[in-house]
Design a protein around this ligand. Sequence first.
Ligand code: UDP
Length: 453
Amino acid sequence: MANDEKVNVAIVSEGLQSHINPTLRFAKRLLSKGVNSVTIITTEVARDRMLKNNTPNPHSQIQFEFFSDGLSIDFDRNKDMKTFVDSLHSVGTKNLSTLITNLTKVQQNKYSCMIVDPLVYPAIDIAFDHGIPCALFWLQPCVLFSLCYRYFNNINSFPNLDDPNEKVILPGLPALDVSDVPSYMLPSAPSHLKQILVNMCKVLDKVKWVFAISFFELEEETVKSMDSLAPMYPIGPLVSEFMLGEEKEKINSQGNSILEWLDTRESSSVIYISFGTVILLSQEQVDNIALALKKSEKSFLWVVKGYENVLPQGFVEETKGRGLVVTWCEQEKVLLHPSVGCFVTHCGWNSMLETVVAGVPVIAYPKWLDQPASAKVIVKKFGNGVVVNYGEDRVASAEEMERCIKEVMEAPSAGEIKQRAIELKVAAKKALEENGSSGKNISQFVNELKNVP
Ligand code: UDP
């Protein structure tokens, strides 16, 4: 391609908010490095949400194109994932193929690359058929990609995951127990999620780049270990511009009752507890956390989803003055608030990257999917927090929660843990600089598209 030719990139993304957010962030980074335009191809569900929320156009060089996943807009995709995924990969794929064919007929849409979200992996074949170079956009930790790749391609005789006593040994990482591996990978658990990964792995030979929202320094060993298999290029941490301080927007507590309450607390004194948007705690888990908080006598901010199991009777009154229970908070702002001392988290990948960027120590309380592996290869490895011990039922006792709170919030261990969290925060910000690992990965990719050596 001649240097003066325009570089247009298409990103095919599932319409879930948690997929559109990183897609937009990646698109903006590509534009900042010299890509001329980005077309985000996503589902009509995303269009509907953007219309309802009056979402402004995020960037003049970003266009949207939409296809139907074959279900009505009102269909609850989270509730019935199987129907959703089946429809997305049958009717949705046909619609997507027609859309891409129509788009590529127009000369100005000549795409230099099509970047594909794993949930819409059929787009890889479509791009390939159109002769468009293709990339994968991995939205989970790199370690999960490594696990899936090695398992579904049976690299180095992957251990038998039916045996709970097996250990998964990956280069440079602590040994993972079978219980650390996402259950949908297990042979005994045929599921639509597993099928996505199996099918995605089958078309990976058509993919030239695998981008990840992580950053090299966070998952160095994993990234290096993929070099000879399916090289990964981390381009993150792909958290919001606000978290990275790029919007120069200072946290303004005024009118935000949660931040105003945090303003009244001492520096690094508040335990922040949230288990993301999906996990529901069991009554036993709620009771144990409540008891540990009560005994700790520390300030806390606890996000208890409105429909979750109830707090023990009298808990709110007994902890009045030092505790705040809410059904939702703006987590990014909370994590950046100087009063927050630690984060009790399920280790969802977004929460993990956000706490790393904010430099907040964690108490890792993972449940499933990528969470147990993240707790092990990030928190245990870097020491920016502690991982709770629990049995097969994954319920941490009140005593164990108390122990973790003490370790992360009280001297002498707290200082060391905070230091580790700050080191990771510095590494995260550095990665995105022009000469940082992620900055360089994006520049190299754009230069490759421009054919600049
Ligand atoms: N989140 C938030 N407020 C809350 C709970 C969650 O802003 O009260 C955001 C959080 O900042 C993160 C996302 O929701 O960006 C949760 O994503 P994650 O991958 O951590 O967990 P999931 O919800 O997918 O399990």
